[in-house]
Design a protein around this ligand. Structure first.
Ligand SMILES: *Cc1c(COP(=O)(O)O)cnc(C)c1O
Length: 363
């Protein structure tokens, strides 16, 4: 059994071959096509393709004008790229603890965290669950922007809105393990033409769109290849099917694992559609085994599992200069000890799901 596996079909292979034979393999027409189709699918005016989710976050913060001296509020319970993009712009990440029901940034804990330096709030749709929209109301009231890290939330929704479109700018990753993939890749989405133009320039060495070698500002090379975009075009067509399959798998697991003492199955708040990038249980002290013991036992029986994330970011050594210490974000710290993600990808068979269930219920 694979913990996760990309679903790549004959369609993807055919389209990548076409690009390879076409003579235009980077920054070309298929990248443009992928951008247009992605924007249309999730209902947003502009999409800018880049070569990673990290690059997408960096472009988004650049486009908002985040710079040295600014503060950006985010969650300590995420992948490092979320925070690293803030640091790349020379700004200061300010952490706010999470809600243990959703694993997402808790808007109730934003009180007292916003000040004159705050430029943006960067919530993450962790494991595929859209962030709490109360954050938008607080941001609006305070005049700060919202960047949505939707790297794990392709196909998720809040009401009728797709994840990625919930803030002022949204970012996606198409890394190999994400819900749809281009191997490596990312996308910035926004309804704001200026932000989109700014992100386009930043990904392409700061060059003006209408004149090469006219550099308007600092930039990087964050361009996507047309091979990657070709994968993306075909993966996008399958996004809804993948999401449906992940939801089915999640509901099946929850129906079988609900009610086991000490295990907390993931919730789907009313009005949200979870994209189940990860199916994450909480293994609380009431459970028969400690989380790491359970993980080991499952592994011995051929069930791969993973911990996202074993240590919250505020306790990472490389971020020591931010001045945080143990105890600052008790929920994130406790969750890092309790979370366990089970296989959930669309290629899992019913037999494999049953094997997962059987091994847990047996314990
Ligand atoms: C994967 C991921 C990223 C980074 O994306 P890459 O494509 O790996 O650069 C950023 N944020 C979150 C929450 C992610 O899961």
């Amino acid at each position: 059994m694979f913990f996760t596996k990309p679903s790549i079909g004959a369609e993807e292979i055919k389209r990548v071959k076409e690009v390879l034979a076409s003579g235009q393999i980077a920054h070309g027409p298929i990248v443009r096509k992928f951008e247009e189709e992605f924007a249309k699918k999730i209902g947003v005016k502009h999409a800018v393709a880049v070569n990673s989710g990290t690059a997408a976050l960096h472009c988004a913060l650049y486009a908002l004008g985040v710079k040295a001296g600014d503060e950006v509020i985010t969650t300590p319970f995420t992948f490092a790229a979320t925070v690293n993009a803030i640091l790349m712009q020379g700004a200061r990440p300010v952490f706010v603890d999470i809600d243990e029901r959703t694993f997402n940034l808790d808007p109730r804990k934003l009180r007292g965290k916003l000040n004159k330096k705050t430029k943006a709030i960067l919530p993450v749709d962790l494991f595929g669950l859209p962030y709490d929209p109360e954050i938008n109301r607080i941001a609006k009231r305070s005049g700060v922007k919202v960047v949505e890290d939707a790297a794990q939330a392709h196909g998720a929704k809040l009401g009728s809105y797709y994840a990625g479109t919930l803030g002022d700018i949204g970012t996606f990753s198409f890394y190999a393990t994400k819900n749809i993939t281009t191997g490596e890749g990312g996308m910035i989405v926004t309804n704001n033409a200026k932000y989109a133009e700014s992100a386009r320039r930043f990904r392409h060495h700061g060059q003006r769109a209408d004149r090469r070698y006219a550099y308007e500002d600092l930039g990087f090379n964050y361009r996507m290849t047309d091979m990657a975009a070709a994968l993306g075009v075909e993966q996008l067509k399958k996004m809804s099917t993948f999401t449906r399959k992940r939801l089915e798998n999640a509901h099946y697991l929850s129906s079988k694992l609900k009610g086991i003492d000490g295990l907390v199955t993931p919730i789907e708040p009313r009005g949200s559609r979870h994209a189940f990038h990860q199916y994450t249980l909480r293994v609380t002290p009431e459970f028969k085994l400690m989380r790491d013991k359970l993980m080991k036992r499952l592994g011995e029986n051929g069930i791969p599992t993973a911990v996202f994330y074993p240590e919250p970011l505020h306790l990472q050594k490389y971020l020591k200069h931010l001045g945080y210490k143990k105890g600052d974000f008790p929920i994130a710290e406790r969750m890092s000890k309790e979370v366990l993600s089970l296989p959930i990808h669309p290629l899992l068979t019913r037999k494999e799901l049953d094997l997962i269930v059987k091994n847990i219920t047996r314990i």
